[in-house]
Design a protein. Sequence first.
Lengths: 312, 709
Amino acid sequence: MRLALFISRAWCVSCAFCACVDLPEFPRPSLIDRPRVLAIVAEPPEAAPGQPVELSLLLAGASSAEITWRACGAFDSFTGGGSQYGDETEEHCGSERGDVLEPGERTQLPGALTSRLFDDLELAAAILGSALPLATVALIRDEVGLPFVVEATVIADGKLIRAVKRVVISPRERRNTNPPPPRFSLAGQEIAAERADSFRCDPLEGGVARGASASDIELRPLFEGDSEPWIEAYPVLDARGALVRRSERAFYSWFSSAGELAESITTAPLSSQRWTTPPAAGCHALWLVIRDGHGGASACRTEVAIDDAECP
Amino acid sequence: MTMPSAALWALAWTAAPSEAQGDPPPGLSQEAAGAEAPEGDPAASGEPESEPALKAEAWGESQVLGATARVTRPQPGAVSRVELRGPELTLIPGTFGEPLRVPATLPGVAHSPFGLGFFLVRGSSFQNTGFVVDGFQVPLLYHLGAGPAILSARLVDQLDFYPGGYPVALGRFTGGVIALQTKPPPVDRWQLEVEIDVLRASGLLVVPLPDERGSIALAFRRSYFELFLPVITDDVSLAYADYQLRLDYRLADRLRLSVLFFGSRDSLETLQATGTGGTVGEASAGVEYAFDQLMLSIGWEPSAAFRLRWSLVVGPSSIELGRESTGEASLGTDTSAMRFGQRAELVFTPAAAWQSTLGVEYSVFSYDVSASVPSFGELPGVPAPGLPSDVLAVHDRLLERTLAPYVEQVVRPGRFELTAGLRAEYLRYGDVSQWVLDPRGVVRFALTEYAKLKLGSGLFAQPPLPFQLTRGAGNPDLQPSRALQSSVGAEIELPFALEIDTSLFYSRMWQLVRNSGRPIADPEGRAIQPLFADDGEGQAYGWELLLRRRIERGLFGWLAYTLSRSERFLEGGRKVVFAFDQTHVLNFAISYTWQKLTFGARMTLASGRPVSDLVDPQGDDAVYDADQDDFDPDSRGRRTRLPLYHQLDLRIDHAWTLGPIEGSVYLDIINVYNAANSESYRYHYDFGSRGRVPGLPFLPTLGVRGVLR
């Protein structure tokens, strides 16, 4: 799917002149105007066989929600395809597959399950497209680990939402970790998460972050030094089968309940963000999700009082 | 298209090419004015084309302000044949008078998004229909941005459009072929032509050689969008240029030499600002084509029964496709090639009922491929938001060699015409070294004086694209794509200058190169994920109908209809409809000349191509991928089609004379009633709703042309 997407984008370059077309405009994905899953955080994002994994889900725009979980195997079916074949097909957890986990905003992938998934080479082969001998699958598993999928089903305010996340199970001694809790500046105010598992950020000076209505506010991730110090390296098998090391990369996904964010995702070195605040006083929410590009994530939500609004 | 680009087109006007002495006035050629086609004109008689003669008359033939090309599907080596003459090529609405764009209106050709200069022919993909100039493949035939052809129409003698079943003299494509044959300029006078409009300028200079032994022609064209686009937008830059230098020389009475040196440059780039607040940057994407080719040809015709031609081509070409963004790795591919090729062909025609052709084509392509592609297919496969940030850098040098001897025999016993040919092609590239045998045959039977039946079948082979063969990202073991094309049909002449050409066709394709990504084990047991595999299969079948009125009493036109289906096979035998399949394609073109006015209309109707409607009928969002921060619309795509494409184009030409200048003014309107066609769908980020990507809007073009006599 992603390869086809890249090729179609490349094709679009050659159509670019003709494609000075009036494309339809849609609301930005950064606007939270209905129930949305913004993140699933796995702690740790890469687990050893037999190690339990804590899963938590950040839901936005919902007043009430029921969340159920399932750990399953097959994700991308790698059916191939390409431009001559129309769209490719992929599969998520089938309804009859997967192990049911405890419901709620937080749940746990038990250690027994991570151990069993790690040992199930046939399931791993199915994940990789069933074209690999089990010896090759074992080689992949032992060198870089294998991803397994967890799926959350959310019913929020009567709306059905499905979300998936991969958890790598690997025998590596030094496994990857999540980025630290978010820290960012909002119009000069430093906002940070109190705890890693709370999904809540507040101004370090206390109280509620404030901003003026109908103004452009710069949002900027904060970290010590010139770049994200938490960036880690990890091994992968590239398309040629070579074992190479990759470096994580920080992706900042921003969301707001009102106003307009200039970008949906920012990345270094363009990680700053501009938030055009709503035109009237009120209490609004901002969310920031940090991803490391290799399954690691951290996230939080903060309240922003526009003008003289009093926020709880 | 936005209004600024529409305005650009609306401003277009053209002025002042000179014309050969004695030609009919602009817009009032013999044909357009209602006269019968001249006797003995091969294009009119339907006989196989003879070699262009080194005479001024040949240069001036059928010219209507540059309309020197003809579209043919010549017999006997090809199954079908259509001939279109000068006015038919320049007065068709929606082509901006560009003769070489007319094939898009013929049977077998599907609607191409945005009117791009690439063709979807008989259910094959864009890359399966090739462009050939004087027998040698060229990478590009039309400039970007809906531009003109890369060769001056003045230097083009004829255009052969083969929707399939092309003769054994050609190869390397499993779909169709559009073949240009150039012609020598006049040998008896100097000639200077200049054409200027808002978008581009071109010129042609012809210098005769002493004793009318030949001539030298120099043609040049350059766009100057850079003067106008910045007024409208800073986000797009477009430029193209082409040149041709041609020498023709009669070495002896029946021995001719021609040298054609030509080339083309195209550049298209989009640019936009990125980032915000304290961090800003820019992103750009672009494509560049460039090629230069030197073709040398020697023709020896000692008698009417014996013809020998040897030709050579050498020259570089390059295609760059790139994308850059601040803070991200540059992505793109850069393929440069140096090619050397030769072909020799001997045609022996001892009698009208007997023709033997023996030829050989030899080509060497030396490719240098550099690519930086997103590092797809890494394991363990946890995707990041957006495209992969790590790139797979690939650099490879490839040598592709082909040797293709071919033989064709035509016999005409009684009412039959039997053509049998064999092209044996030795292909050597990557890890592949093999012969492919492509037998082809055509049978024609004259049922009556006015009706012919025809039947043809043949095999075709096409080597993979260079990037697909690169070690690292591609797969050097890709086999050549293959196709078996068959068709049966009839040609019927009717009263009132009407004729029908109809065919049923079937094409079976295998070893198609497809995008892969499935991990496989290499001999050492390691998992590798080549981006391409050669296990694609498919088929296409359909019916084509061409009902045409030849030029008579100023009236000509045609109705071209194609009913077809193109499919690709997935694992397990499951069939899916080809991404650009269009069940019905109808083109109706008509033109009528009355005194100094010529009216033309063209209507296009085409079924929408298959797409997945990814909007959930229940209104649920797609599955959210928390690693990619994106929505995945998989598993619920409902196969559907885009709405019917329909478009009416009109054209009015008015001939005028001003002193020594004769010319015409024309109004060419694309999409007269501004049909809201859809070329694709664009989805809301969560696939909860969608909008359409519109096709060409109402697009009027006012033009002026002139000829200095």
